[in-house]
Design a protein around this ligand. Structure first.
Ligand SMILES: [Zn+2]
Length: 486
């Protein structure tokens, strides 16, 4: 089912359908659909966007066993779907945000943040089945546009010439994100398909209701550094728990012999990183500190900042200027600055070399003519330890007039960090404990203290305030965590 964004697109689609007779029945939804995108195109789109999408959500989570577990469970559900021959890929990505998403062609992503909030294999299967449903019903294939793909490529990429050439209507396009937002009908349909795959695989569909309740109880509009949470990308069609419970009732099936796999699942989460991982770099206000690489930079006041493994980006809230920090392949700062202005379409202006906080550095001003107007900016390259870093700032002509001084000021804040207080950091982790006796939640947090607030512990365990926790039950507590806040 394609969801059309405008009458114009809709008209085009109908026309091409009539001319090319490219209508087919979707095996998952049973509906006739107009294929604007062939299956091979769909796969190509997913494959093209996959590296940037993975990157945007923090890269792959570095636990091979857990990664393989997600892959195996995902494949079990995918092969019994209506599109078993797609090149299905399942990725556990290293982001604390509660989200899961799918790209066309069968590329599916689960954050470690959503995993941390789950309490059984049936819940994970519920989310994977739902995302598989978006793919088999071809929701995202209809939605993802070339512009979005361009934006995604840009996020992951160090391809600045492309950055500057493409769709810079607002210069902050550089901060555009992979934001697939489904319609409510698509959500209901993906829920129904997820139920189908989960029950075919003899996994308890009551886990679907559990995970939906969990998703509703996590911050519904969680948006962190510009990245949408589950509820933003998957609008609640309303009563989805009730709809799932109704499916269960109406099936007339006794699901008690179906797999919930609560304990086995929770054991797998033991040691999982919880919340922000400061080793990926962390923020104190607008001050970004990368403890493993031992540098810091302070972005202009009030800017939105987004961090991914290969780039840190910041954007003015007025959407007319951005900054981006990446690794440079150049051997020296001067070579880095020269290489930047030597790109096609980039016109170099004033340039020079001067040390930044004792570090060897070079800078150049530049302009780029685009279809939507002139882009102006400044590149600053700094040598630190074994790396050369490129700090790029640019904006629309008007935006640059407003922001050039603060961007220049931000560039001059790049410095070495040697203070152990900022370098010896550690993330929080999940610790799984088995209760030796019946106890209340208050007794649990007293006997097994966590290093995050009780409300958060309650949320990840999905337990109410007054419930008695039974002897033998596995519970998550959160330990460790060392992240400076000032
Ligand atoms: Zn969805």
């Amino acid at each position: 089912m394609l969801s059309f964004h405008s009458k114009w697109v809709s008209f085009t689609a109908v026309a091409s359908c009539a001319v090319l007779l490219s209508c087919a029945v979707n095996p998952a939804t049973g509906r006739r659909e107009i294929s604007l995108v062939s299956e091979s195109q769909e796969i190509a789109m997913g494959r093209e966007a996959d590296p940037a999408a993975t990157e945007q959500f923090g890269g792959l989570y570095g636990d091979d066993e857990l990664q393989q577990y997600v892959v195996d469970l995902g494949n079990r559900l995918a092969v019994i779907s209506e599109r078993p021959t797609l090149p299905w890929e399942f990725h556990l990505v290293d982001h604390e945000l509660v989200n899961a998403f799918a790209l066309p062609g069968g590329f599916i992503y689960i954050t470690r943040g959503i995993l941390a909030h789950m309490n059984s294999e049936a819940e994970l299967a519920g989310v994977l089945g739902h995302e598989i449903g978006h793919v088999t019903a071809r929701h995202s294939a209809g939605q993802i546009t070339r512009a979005q793909l361009g934006t995604v490529a840009l996020i992951g990429g160090a391809i600045f010439s492309e950055t500057l050439r493409d769709n810079l209507g607002g210069a902050a396009a550089g901060l555009g994100l992979l934001m697939l937002k489904y319609g409510r009908d698509d959500e209901s349909e993906a829920d129904a398909l997820g139920y189908r795959y989960v029950t075919r695989e003899r996994i308890d569909p009551r886990g679907i209701s559990d995970v939906m309740r969990m998703l509703q109880s996590t911050n519904p509009s969680a948006e962190e550094m510009g990245i949408p949470g589950w509820m933003l990308s998957h609008p609640d069609p309303g009563d989805r728990v009730a709809a799932n419970d109704r499916r269960i009732r109406e099936s007339g099936t006794d699901f008690s012999t179906y797999a919930l796999n609560r304990d086995e699942f929770l054991q797998r989460l033991d040691g999982l990183v919880f919340g922000e991982d400061p080793h990926q770099g962390y923020l104190i206000g607008e001050r970004f500190i990368q403890p493993d690489l031992q540098f810091e930079i302070t972005f202009p006041s009030g800017w939105r900042i987004q961090n991914s493994p290969s780039a840190v980006q910041a954007g003015a809230t007025s959407d007319d200027a951005v900054m981006q920090l990446t690794f440079s392949n150049a051997q020296t700062p001067a070579a880095c600055a020269r290489a930047f202005v030597a790109q096609d379409g980039v016109t170099g202006g004033r340039s020079g070399q001067q040390r930044v906080n004792g570090l060897e550095a070079a800078w150049a001003e530049f302009t780029v003519q685009t279809q939507s107007g002139e882009i102006r900016g400044r590149v600053s390259c700094v040598a630190h330890a074994d790396n050369v870093y490129q700090v790029l700032g640019y904006g629309t002509r008007a935006g640059w007039t407003t922001h050039a001084a603060s961007v220049g000021g931000a560039m001059s804040t790049f410095r070495h960090v040697g203070d152990a207080r900022y370098l010896s950091v550690a993330p929080h982790r999940i610790d799984i404990v088995r209760l030796p006796r019946d106890m209340t939640f208050a007794e649990f947090t007293q006997q097994y203290p966590s290093t995050v607030p009780d409300d958060e512990v309650r949320l990840v365990n999905q337990v109410g305030e007054d419930v008695t926790l039974r002897q033998g039950r596995l519970m998550k507590r959160i330990t460790g965590g060392q992240i400076p806040t000032s």
